[in-house]
Design a protein around this ligand. Structure first.
Ligand SMILES: [Zn+2]
Length: 310
C-alpha cells in the first residue's frame, strides 16, 4: 500500500537527490489536514508542458505509486536514456511535466487504514453516520471495514471526479455524501478540485492525463468535435501503442460526467486521456504492479516527445 506518508518522504528524498530537476509545492490543504502536492519535473521554463494527475479516486491508490515510480525512473535515467533520437534529458528540457501524484490524500488514507486513517474525530463520526445511512437504506451491504476499503470520495464524502463543472448539472450520482458518486453541493466545492483547476489553467498544458483503476482501458471521448476530436484521437492511439490498453469509444455518458477529463477537454479544449490501470477490482492487488509498470514506464517519454512536436 503506497501511503501519503511515503509520498511525502519520497518527494523530499527526490528533491534532495535532484534539486535542479524537481520542485514541488502545496496546491491545497485538505479537510482532514493533509496536503495536495504539485510536482514540477524538468525545465520549469519550458514552452510546452503536460499535466498528469493520479489518486483522485481513493481506492485507486496504486495510480499514485505508479506515477511516483515514473518520477523516480525519469529523474534517475534521463541522462542515460534515449527515446527515438532524443535524449530523455533533452525532452525534459523542452517539455515540463506537472505531476499531481496524489490528488485525494484524505480519501486514500480512509481506503488504506479505515477509521484509523481519519485524523479529525468529527470527520470519523460523519463517515460512520454515512455508512449507517447507506447500510440502512440498502445502498451498501458491506460491513464498515469494506465500505471504507472501497472508498472513492474525499473526507467530505464528495467524489472529486464528479465535482468538476462540465456536466455537473446533468450528473445525478448519489444524493448525499458517502463512499462514492456524490458530486458535492456545487462544482468546485472541494479544495482538491479547485487545486487541479487552478494548476491546469495556470500552466495550460498541451495535454492532460488522468490515472484511474481499473480495467486496462483508455477513455477519451467526451463528445468533442472537429480538430479537438482528431487531436484527442491521435493522442489516445499513441498511448494505446505503448500500453496496449483497450480504447473505449463511448464514454460520452452524462452519468459518467463532471470529471477532470470532461472539464479539460470540453471547457479548456485541452486534449485529455484517462488511463485505467490493472485488471482486478480496486484496490488492486500488489502483484499487479509489475505488469502495470511495464505497460506504463515509457509514457512520459512518449508524451514529452508528442508535446515537443506540437
Ligand atoms: Zn477512478
Amino acid at each position: 500500500m503506497y501511503s501519503y506518508e511515503e509520498l511525502m518522504e519520497n518527494l523530499e528524498e527526490l528533491r534532495r537527490a535532484y534539486p535542479e530537476r524537481l520542485e514541488y509545492e502545496v496546491l491545497a490543504q485538505t479537510a482532514d489536514g493533509r496536503k495536495v502536492y504539485g510536482v514540477t519535473v524538468g525545465n520549469p521554463n519550458a514552452e510546452k508542458s503536460i499535466l498528469i494527475q493520479a489518486g483522485i479516486h481513493a481506492r485507486e491508490y496504486m495510480t499514485s505509486q505508479l506515477v511516483m515510480k515514473q518520477l523516480e525512473f525519469y529523474l534517475a535515467y534521463e541522462k542515460k536514456a534515449q527515446y527515438h533520437d532524443n535524449a530523455v534529458s533533452e525532452l525534459l528540457d523542452k517539455v515540463c511535466i506537472h505531476l499531481v501524484p496524489m490528488a485525494n490524500p484524505d480519501g486514500i488514507a480512509i481506503s488504506q487504514y479505515g477509521l484509523d486513517g481519519i485524523r479529525d474525530a468529527r470527520i470519523a463520526d460523519k463517515v460512520q453516520e454515512w455508512y449507517r445511512r447507506d447500510f440502512d437504506s440498502g445502498a451498501t451491504s458491506y460491513r464498515l471495514a469494506d465500505y471504507l476499503k472501497y472508498w472513492k470520495a474525499n473526507a467530505n464524502g464528495v467524489d472529486l471526479n464528479r465535482n468538476f463543472s462540465y456536466g455537473f448539472t446533468e450528473y445525478k450520482g448519489a444524493a448525499d455524501p458517502g463512499a462514492q458518486k456524490y458530486k458535492g453541493t456545487e462544482a468546485g466545492s472541494e479544495a482538491e478540485t479547485r487545486a487541479l483547476m487552478r494548476l491546469t489553467k495556470e500552466v495550460r498544458p498541451v495535454l492532460t492525463i488522468s490515472y484511474h483503476a481499473t480495467g486496462s482501458v483508455l477513455y477519451w471521448d467526451y463528445g468533442q468535435t472537429g480538430e479537438l476530436r482528431s487531436s484527442c484521437e491521435k493522442l489516445v492511439e499513441l498511448i494505446q501503442s505503448i500500453n496496449r490498453n483497450e480504447i473505449r469509444y463511448a464514454s460520452n455518458d452524462k452519468q459518467d460526467a463532471a470529471g477532470y477529463g470532461d472539464w479539460s477537454v470540453m471547457e479548456l479544449r485541452i486534449p485529455s486521456v484517462t488511463i485505467e490501470i490493472g485488471v482486478g477490482a480496486a484496490p488492486l492487488a500488489a502483484n499487479e504492479f509489475d505488469n502495470i509498470w511495464e505497460r506504463n514506464a515509457l509514457l512520459w517519454a512518449v508524451l514529452a516527445e508528442y508535446a515537443a512536436s506540437r
